[in-house]
Write a protein that binds this ligand. Structure first.
Ligand SMILES: NC(=O)C1=CN([C@@H]2O[C@H](COP(=O)(O)OP(=O)(O)OC[C@H]3O[C@@H](n4cnc5c(N)ncnc54)[C@H](OP(=O)(O)O)[C@@H]3O)[C@@H](O)[C@H]2O)C=CC1
Ligand SMILES: O=C1O[C@H](COP(=O)(O)O)[C@@H](O)[C@H](O)[C@H]1O
Length: 503
């Protein structure tokens, strides 16, 4: 694979202009900053996609100096970057990094931040745009936002100020509304960029390209031709060292409320007139509003027990470090949803996600209705199956379509074959990480791939009743062996609609 910049098929496409910016990461020593944000910034620098005048400020609790933090950032980039770092690019990036030790609730930290921002402005010959990335535990989101407001850092007449907020955005609809209220008391909605990193994935954006750049699928894209849809986000990994967060979240909040509902929105939304932030998000909100919350018997929740994943014995969820021995938290969630619109009425959408499943796979499988009549002899048509269109989000990014084809020979015997588009071979390039795209878009002020306040609240409106029922043990928690296809209870949801595709 060639680098994007050197690839004739993609050259020149990455460099949309970004105004000079100072990016501040709150939680700069944390797991997300180290594994994703710093490497994304390096890769943007490598591609020449950062503004010429770009500076980075890290804030966290640890008492480090600028030099210590630059060293930590170098190590994180060397360990996690998708590319082997070029020393010259890395040195130039780190040279513009500063660190402020301090507590998020402490006014001194914001005074130091304000002074450092002014210093960067002065060094760069004038005011730079400011982006504040809240890569912290959610409890700090309102604290930081309010301190930014109190210290006069939320609005500036001479530059753009933006705030990027990590997930989870609330743990219930009520919390999300309250958080929106507190954030929007300080910032205007157009300054706010709520991250859902799935929207930064190339293959997720390709759902829109696939639907709205190809005329041939639109006539089929409705209840007349589509039988049902399966959306899977399966992971091999367990919860790692994130028990503190995960045990209070669970799979429904962690992946369904955000990433999976976003996939569903992109799949179901009506075409926007133009590809602008508010038009795209208006259409997504309409989809969310058309989904009624599922009844308890249209949901499955389950927890993994010990098993084998990728040939390695792994422990069960209750044995994971930091998980309370009685925990009822689900590590697998599955829902049956319907989108009550003219286009989709009666089409079931099945969602499933889980940790410690057989392999990592995220895909959208659109299963079309069977042909109305088979003219072929019975034995020849045994292999005829409804067409399946699979949007492979990860891995093996691409799209495949199953077709019935005649097996070569003297008899009319049919079996399914695959037509495939693979990103790797079609574009001969490695896709950028989601955070590369999202950080650039936020610095450019393009909110198309970020969730709006009403959107996030509409997502919770679907999830809240499920959480309520699950708290009442309805349905009871099921179990599945690590490394398996998930709990057998999930098959019950699909009754009459085939079987889940194998993970
Ligand atoms: N990690 C991941 O893979 C993902 C994380 N997210 C979200 O990103 C956010 C950050 O997650 P993650 O990086 O994992 O969290 P971590 O716990 O690893 O990092 C938290 C950061 O906040 C700092 N911090 C904590 N308390 C304070 C305080 N009182 N004052 C100042 N600094 C403080 C820590 O500083 P110090 O180390 O110096 O104590 C550290 O830099 C969360 O909202 C999470 O949900 C979203 C998707 C994936
Ligand atoms: O947001 C999250 O996503 C990851 C999965 O992301 P992916 O890009 O690897 O598909 C998940 O592991 C994590 O629990 C969740 O918080």
């Amino acid at each position: 694979m060639t680098d994007t910049a050197e690839n004739p098929l993609t050259a020149g496409l990455e460099r949309l202009p970004v105004d000079p910016t100072t990016l501040t990461i709150f939680g700069a020593t944390g797991d997300l900053a180290r594994r994703k944000l710093l490497p994304a910034l390096y890769n943007l620098a490598h591609d020449g996609a950062l503004p010429e005048r770009f500076n980075l400020i890290g804030i966290a609790r640890s008492q480090s100096s600028h030099e210590d933090y630059q060293r930590e950032a170098r190590e994180a980039i060397e360990q996690f970057s998708r590319r082997r770092p070029d020393p010259a690019v890395l040195d130039a990036l780190l040279d513009r990094v500063r660190y402020i030790p301090g507590s998020f609730g402490d006014d001194d930290a914001y005074d130091s931040l304000s002074a450092q921002l002014d210093e960067f402005d002065a060094d760069n010959g004038g005011p730079l745009n400011r982006a504040f990335y809240l890569s912290t535990a959610p409890a700090f989101f309102p604290v930081i936002v309010e301190h930014l407001g109190e210290h006069g850092l939320a609005h500036r007449a001479d530059c753009q100020v933006r705030v990027i907020i990590e997930k989870p955005f609330g743990t219930t609809g009520a919390e999300a509304s309250e958080l929106n209220r507190r954030v929007l008391a300080v910032f205007d909605e157009k300054q706010v960029f709520r991250i859902d990193h799935y929207l930064g994935k190339e293959t997720v954006q390709n759902v829109l390209a696939f639907r709205f750049a190809n005329g041939m699928f639109e006539p089929l894209w409705n209840r007349n031709y589509i039988d049902h849809v399966e959306i899977t986000a399966a992971e091999e990994v367990g919860i790692g060292s994130r028990a503190g967060y995960y045990d209070s979240a669970g799979a429904l909040r962690d992946l369904v409320q955000n990433h999976m509902l976003q996939l569903l929105c992109l799949l179901c939304m009506e075409p926007p007139v133009t590809f602008t932030a508010d038009e795209v998000r208006d259409e997504k909100v309409k989809v969310l509003r058309a989904i009624r919350a599922p009844a308890p018997d249209e949901t499955v929740r389950a927890q993994y027990t010990a098993g084998t994943v990728g040939g390695e014995d792994v422990r069960g969820y209750l044995e994971e470090e930091g998980v309370p021995p009685e925990s009822q938290t689900e590590t697998f969630a599955s829902l049956r949803l319907e989108v009550d619109t003219w286009r989709w009425n009666g089409v079931p959408f099945y969602l499933r996600t889980g940790k410690r499943l057989a392999r990592k796979v995220t895909e959208i499988a659109v299963i079309l209705k069977p042909v109305p009549h088979l003219a072929f002899a019975k034995e020849g048509s045994l292999g005829v199956q409804p067409n399946q269109l699979i949007l492979h989000v990860q891995p093996n990014e691409g799209v495949s379509l199953s077709l019935g084809a005649k097996i070569p020979g003297t008899r009319m015997v049919i079996r399914p074959v695959q037509m495939e588009f693979l990103y790797g071979t079609a574009f001969m390039s490695q896709s950028p990480e989601a955070y590369e795209r999202l950080i650039t878009d936020a610095m450019r002020g393009d909110a198309t791939l970020f969730t709006r306040n009403d959107e996030v609240e509409a997502q919770w409106r679907i999830i809240d009743p499920v959480l309520g029922a699950w708290q009442r043990d309805d349905p009871p928690l099921a179990h599945y062996e690590a490394g398996s296809q998930g709990p057998p209870e999930a098959d019950r949801l699909l009754e009459g609609d085939d079987r889940w595709r194998a993970i």
